[in-house]
Write a protein that binds this ligand. Structure first.
Ligand code: NAP
Ligand code: MG
Length: 499
């Protein structure tokens, strides 16, 4: 060996082994919040103007990563909901249902353009109010919300082409209730198809994340949308119930927990109101031995740990084929060690803040339950901020079908892992859940993908990818995950009568 070669050889030998936790130390890269405009107090957006809540109540919305109060928000009462429904009814009868569809489309386009123009402000407020990493609100939530308005604007004057041979008619006033995990995106999923189909809206955002819906109200005001076409009424569960129970609402669209979905279904039974329910999930991600393992591990991590597991379609159950189980779990642990948990405003952050103290409490209870059930727990040795609500990404190994961490929706960064041998076994195990929202399949074989997609009882099955959304693709579940579809042509159907 020459001297030069020998030196190179020595350098290679001296290279440290890969330790992700030490190798990836980034300098913080926080997004600025200097450009955002938040009022100290928000009223209700009813009939195109801002009105005080009838009982004068306001509640605080906090930043879950700092525990600081961001703004006070009006507590809408039954009386306020009634005002909003009356405004929506008048706007429907007198203006919106009479307006040529191509004119309606222009307003919806305008809302999409205004969201795009103010995307940065929306992204920052979404991360501050809800705790999700800025990377996600900037690259996923806000662009997708704008795209939903663009997509449905395109359909507004083409409804008879969407449903050939039918005579699509709007249905009237839609009451819409949304959760805290994708606040602006869920508002877009609800409002855009309703308006395109010619309906008017009363929407209630979640109590812990009302700010981007209120910013959307500002945009709606700016767009010149006729007064009363969209009304935003903030408040807690009681405000949502007042919408559900209002006699002059024609359709309820709800996204949230299965428990509340069941209450709503009971409440409107026999009233003739149309209903769509987008509820919880316990998705299976399935890795076969022939899969591209690094890609699969990245997809698993993306599916459960990003956005803190606050995703209805989160891949919270992992099934790995036995032959590659050790390898996959090792790779998964290595990747988890490189995840950065912390400030949602930092562009390097992978896992932001848990949305509320109540949600963190619920997740921590499940961590105890998982240990008591005999699951082997793994958490990387990462640091988490001392203030705010944070949770380390967590694996439960050696779990079985009967474990509660395998059966119940945790809605946190917690992944329950099981192994399997045959295709039949994994289909049976994956379908053994009350839910049926989504699933993921990782394999090199197209035939296996087609076999799995037809047998898995889930509304969406992703293959060799996960959590991919597009306004033109319908999304929704089976069984306790609800019914009805949002997105795509299917997403127009709940807002139309077809004759
Ligand atoms: P949640 O407690 O059911 O709340 C959802 C919304 O309903 C909130 O605006 C809530 O107000 C309101 N609400 C509460 N009680 C009500 C009642 N009795 N009548 C009418 N409205 C009522 O759900 P969450 O905890 O906010 O959200 C997490 C759940 O949503 C998870 O189960 C998740 O899987 C599901 N989700 C499903 C999808 C999907 O597309 N399938 C998408 C996202 C989330 P408050 O905020 O004041 O409680
Ligand atoms: Mg908040």
């Amino acid at each position: 060996m020459s001297k030069k070669q020998d030196k190179k050889h020595q350098q290679q030998a001296a290279e440290p082994s890969l330790d992700f936790s030490k190798a990836l130390i980034y300098t913080p890269a926080p997004e600025s919040s200097a450009h955002i405009r938040l009022k100290k107090q928000y009223d209700l957006f009813i009939n195109g103007t801002w009105v005080k809540p009838s009982k004068g109540g306001y509640f605080e919305t906090i930043n879950p990563s700092t525990e600081q109060v961001l703004a006070k928000v009006a507590e809408g009462t039954q009386e306020d909901v009634d005002k909003a429904v009356k405004a929506a009814r008048a706007a429907y009868e007198n203006v919106w249902s009479k307006m040529p569809a191509r004119e309606r489309a222009k307003y919806i386009y305008r809302i999409a353009r205004l969201i795009q123009e103010r995307a940065r402000e929306f992204a920052v407020i979404e991360s501050m109010d809800g705790g999700k990493p800025i990377r996600e609100s900037r690259d996923i939530d806000i662009p997708l919300a704008a795209n939903h308005f663009f997509y449905y604007a395109g359909w507004a004057d083409k409804l008879e082409y969407a449903f050939p041979g039918k005579n699509p008619e709007s249905i009237g006033v839609a009451g819409q209730i949304i959760p805290w995990n994708f606040p602006l995106l869920m508002a877009a999923w609800k409002i855009a198809p309703a308006l395109a189909a010619g309906n008017t809206v009363v929407l209630k955002p979640a109590e812990s994340t009302p700010l981007t819906a209120l910013k959307l109200a500002e945009i709606i005001e700016e767009s010149g949308l006729p007064a009363g076409v969209v009304n935003i009424v903030t408040g807690a569960g009681a405000t949502g119930a007042a919408i559900v129970n209002h006699p002059d609402i024609d359709k309820i669209a709800f996204t949230g927990s299965t428990d509340v979905g069941k209450l709503i279904q009971k409440a409107i039974a026999g009233t003739g109101k149309k209903l769509t329910l987008e509820l919880g999930g316990k998705a299976a991600n399935i890795i076969f031995e022939d899969a591209a393992l690094d890609q699969a591990v990245e997809g698993i991590v993306n599916g459960i740990f990003f956005n803190q597991g606050h995703v209805c379609c989160a891949g919270s159950r992992l099934f790995v084929q036995e032959g590659v189980a050790d390898k996959v779990i090792r790779k998964l642990k290595d990747r988890m060690a490189s995840l950065i948990v912390g400030d949602p405003m930092d562009k390097n952050t992978d896992i932001g803040a848990i949305n509320s103290p109540e949600q963190l409490k619920k997740i921590n209870e499940y961590l105890k339950i998982g240990v008591n059930e005999g699951g082997e727990v793994f958490q990387p040795n990462c640091s988490i901020p001392s203030k705010g609500y944070f949770c380390k990404p967590t694996l439960f190994l050696n779990t079985s079908q009967s474990h509660r961490v395998v059966q119940e929706e945790i809605f946190g960064p917690v992944l329950a892992v099981q192994t399997f041998r045959t295709v039949e076994e994994v289909i049976e195990k994956a379908n053994n859940t009350p839910y049926g929202l989504s699933a993921g399949v990782w394999t090199d074989k197209g035939s296996k993908i087609f076999n799995m997609t037809t047998k898995l009882k889930a509304g969406v099955v992703w293959a060799n990818t996960y959590n991919k959304f597009d306004p033109s693709s319908p999304f929704g579940g089976f069984r306790e995950s609800g019914f009805g579809r949002e997105g795509g042509l299917h997403g127009l159907l709940p807002y139309l009568n077809l004759r």
